[in-house]
Design a protein around this ligand. Structure first.
Ligand code: SIN
Ligand code: CO
Length: 389
């Protein structure tokens, strides 16, 4: 985790106002009228925003192998995509125009990014994907496209023109490494200045073109895809399957066709598969693990010389604990899921742990004695740290 590159003279998290972020709307009204439905432009949602990272700061993140970075370039009208990590030389050699550097998961790499993301907790964390930051010179962007995500585009440094279109024609350019729309028809457009924010629902076509050197911060919300959820659930079932038995065919008769699948084998397979049963609890177990699973490039840093349980408990009772920015903690009833792992608690433990899942911090007086062994395990895995207060 790095600290912001420069002391911010502009926006500070202490000045954050949810009412201003949503342009005076309450979260309930935003959710009822805009979320998943229509775009919302908020001027000065985060006044003075944009100083947390400059171009060099983002380029430094793009060189890390624990960051997911991409470089999009347009050369002779053709889109090219490269994946990071990049070297400083590669980034220094970029031309003056027509590229965009994008770094995902900035909430894992920048303290302030993590804190900003937490302010979006009027939307369930199970929907949250990450904070992505892009940098582009004048003319830079990733081309007209649509996302399957809900996204809040916050303008950092510089100015960017956003064009949107409610078109149904979502035909893509063939053979492009990114999903770029072949026919983009602009319905509306706005120039965003630092601190302005544009919310876009999924599948709304859009195109952001940098007017000056420009950085955009995207708070993205994922929506699980039906085929992926079903496929991954079947993988989960497989991993947790306890099924004995082996096909047997004593008394086998010589077949008329050696190449034909025997009817008895088909009946046995059908009967075996029919014995598979699952309920909502199995699905909740799968969903919790799936939604809390870290992305492939995410690794935790366990403490090199961990405190003993007794020492940890003593300190946690004074300082509280805080989730590591990379940790995802979700719950359903008494079952908790952290970074793909499942833990079932008793009713009191489950109640006590809710604050950690909701606010990502557990104050000292909420660190109940009974929770200490679990918190200590998570501390040893690098999933949480001792708090600062
Ligand atoms: C960008 O920051 O250039 C892309 C964001 C988006 O269009 O989703
Ligand atoms: Co987009």
């Amino acid at each position: 985790m790095v600290k912001p590159g420069r002391a911010s003279q502009g926006f500070r998290m202490a000045d954050f106002s949810l009412e201003r972020l949503l342009g005076g709307l309450t979260p309930a009204r935003f959710l009822a009228e805009y979320w998943q439905r229509r775009p919302l432009l908020v001027r000065q949602a985060l006044p003075g925003f944009g100083d947390w990272l400059d171009r060099d700061g983002l380029a430094t993140l793009a060189q890390r192998d624990d960051a997911e970075s991409r470089l999009v370039r347009f050369r002779r009208g053709r889109c090219e995509l490269e994946h990071g990590p990049f070297t400083a030389e590669q980034l220094r050699a970029l031309p003056k125009r027509h590229w965009s550097l994008l770094v995902s998961g900035v909430n894992h790499l920048l303290d302030e990014g993590d804190r900003l993301l937490r302010r979006f907790d009027f939307i369930p964390r199970a929907r949250l994907d990450d904070l992505m930051v892009s940098d582009a010179p004048p003319g830079g962007g990733i081309g007209p496209h649509f996302d399957s995500y809900d996204v809040f585009l916050i303008q950092g440094r510089g100015r960017r023109r956003w064009e949107i279109s409610a078109q149904d024609d979502l035909t893509l350019v063939e053979d492009a490494p990114l999903r770029i729309l072949r026919n983009f028809r602009v319905d509306d457009s706005w120039v965003l200045e630092p601190g302005d924010m544009l919310y876009l629902p999924p599948r709304l076509a859009h195109n952001g073109v940098a007017l000056t050197a420009c950085m955009t911060w995207s708070v993205g919300f994922r929506a699980p895809k039906a085929d992926e959820i079903a496929g991954r659930f079947l993988d989960h079932l497989h991993d947790h399957l306890e099924l004995d038995g082996l096909y047997a065919d004593p008394g086998l008769r010589q077949p008329a066709h050696a190449g034909e699948i025997p009817a008895a084998m088909l009946d046995w397979a059908a009967q075996t598969i029919r014995t598979l049963r699952w309920g909502k609890r199995d699905i909740a177990d799968f969903l919790g693990r799936y939604l809390s699973e870290p992305k492939p490039h995410v690794f935790f840093d366990p403490p090199r010389r961990p405190l003993s349980l007794a020492m940890f408990a003593q300190r946690a009772a004074k300082q509280g604990v805080a989730l590591d920015a990379r940790s995802q903690l979700l719950f359903r009833g008494r079952v908790y899921f952290i970074n793909g792992e499942r833990v079932e608690l008793d009713a009191a433990g489950a109640r006590a742990l809710r604050a950690l899942a909701d606010r990502r911090e557990l104050p000292a007086d909420a660190c109940a004695e009974a929770l200490m062994p679990l918190l200590h395990d998570w501390y040893r895995a690098g999933y949480l740290t001792l708090g600062s207060a």
